[in-house]
Write a protein of this length. Structure first.
Length: 301
C-alpha cells in the first residue's frame, strides 16, 4: 500500500504540471492508482503462497511404517479389488494396472479315504526312475483295497528314493520295499489279498508281492510282469461236490498274487530295467549290479 500511495502522489504532480484540471486530474489519478494497486497485488512475494497453492494439498510425507500399515490393511488380500501391484513408496509414476490372471493348475483333490484323491475309478501314477519314466493305471473297481493301500504309500512319499531291488530277467521287476541304503521302508499293516478279482498276471500288469506262505501278508512291495506269468494267478479250485472252494480253504500256493493295475505308457522303460545285469548278494537274489532307482512315484490323475 505504501508503494501505491507514492505512485498516486507522483501522478497528481504530473497532471498538475501539465495543466490538466483538478477534477479531471483527480479522476485520472484515481483510476491509475486502482490499476497500479491491482498490478502490485498480483506480484506475489516468493515467501507468500498464492491462493491457488494454499488450497492445493501438500505432498504426502507419510512414514514407511504408516504406508506399510495401510498396505497390509488394504489391497494385499485376495479379492480386495486391487487391479495391479502397488506403486513403490516414493514412486512418482505408479506402474499401470496389470492383469493378474495365472495359468490354471489342477491338483488331485483329497477324498474321504486316507489314500487321497478321488479323481477317477482308475487312478494313474507316474514312476520316475534313473532309466526313464512310465505310467501305471490302477484298477480301483476290481482291486479297491490294494489300490487304496498303494496310493497311501504314494501320497506319503514312501516310494521316493527307493530301489528296484530285484530283477528276474525278462520275467518280473520288483520294488517298493527298500531305501537306497538297502534298509526296509516303513510299512503299514498287511492287507487282504484280492487275487480272486479275475485280473491275470499278464505282461505289463502290476501286482503286490507277499510272503509265499501267507496269502494276506502284502504291504508295500510290488512287481511288474514283463511276460505272462500264469503261475502267479489265483486258482480257486473246486470242492469234491463241484462247488467253488471258499477263499479260506485255498492253500497259499494257489491263492495267487493280486493284480491291481497295468503299465499304460513307457513299457519300453520297464523292459530296459528288466534287461540290466544282475547278481546275487547276501541280502538279495537277482539284484541289479547298477542300482535301479525309483526317484518318485506321483499320482497324476
Amino acid at each position: 500500500m505504501v508503494f501505491g500511495r507514492e505512485c498516486g502522489n507522483h501522478l497528481a504532480t504530473f497532471f498538475g504540471a501539465s495543466g490538466v484540471g483538478l477534477w479531471p486530474g483527480a479522476l485520472i489519478v484515481g483510476v491509475c492508482s486502482v490499476l497500479i494497486l491491482a498490478g502490485c497485488g498480483s506480484s506475489s512475494d516468493p515467501a507468500t503462497p498464492s491462493a491457488e497453492s494454499a488450497e492445493s494439498p501438500a505432498p504426502s510425507q507419510e512414514s514407511p511404517s504408516a504406508s506399510a500399515s495401510e498396505t497390509s490393511s488394504g489391497d494385499s488380500s485376495p479379492g480386495s479389488g486391487s487391479s495391479g501391484p502397488r506403486a513403490p513408496l516414493g514412486s512418482e509414476n505408479p506402474p499401470p494396472a496389470q492383469d493378474q490372471s495365472f495359468p490354471s493348475i489342477s491338483f488331485p483333490q483329497l477324498g474321504s479315504s486316507a489314500a487321497g484323491p478321488q479323481i477317477s475309478a482308475n487312478p494313474v501314477v507316474q514312476v520316475d526312475t534313473n532309466f526313464g519314466s512310465f505310467q501305471m493305471e490302477l484298477d480301483r473297481q476290481r482291486a479297491p483295497i490294494t489300490t487304496e493301500n498303494f496310493l497311501n504309500y504314494v501320497e506319503r512319499g514312501q516310494y521316493d528314493q527307493t530301489l528296484i531291488h530285484q530283477v528276474f530277467p525278462k520275467a518280473v521287476i520288483v520294488g517298493g520295499g527298500y531305501t537306497l541304503r538297502g534298509e526296509p521302508i516303513k510299512v503299514g499293516p498287511p492287507i487282504f489279498n484280492e487275487a480272486h478279482n479275475g485280473l491275470k498276471n499278464i505282461r505289463g500288469t502290476v501286482a503286490m508281492y507277499r510272503d509265499p506262505a501267507d496269502p494276506h501278508s502284502a504291504t508295500s512291495v510290488f512287481f511288474i510282469n514283463v511276460k505272462d506269468n500264469p503261475a502267479y494267478d489265483h486258482r480257486s479250485g473246486a470242492s469234491a461236490g463241484g462247488q467253488p472252494a471258499k477263499l479260506g480253504s485255498i492253500p497259499p500256493e494257489d491263492y495267487g498274487y493280486c493284480v491291481f493295475g497295468r503299465v499304460i505308457q513307457g513299457m519300453e522303460v520297464v523292459d530296459k530295467i528288466a534287461s540290466v545285469p544282475v547278481h546275487d548278494t547276501e541280502q538279495f537274489e537277482r539284484t541289479p549290479i547298477q542300482p535301479v532307482i525309483v526317484h518318485t512315484i506321483r499320482w497324476v490323475k
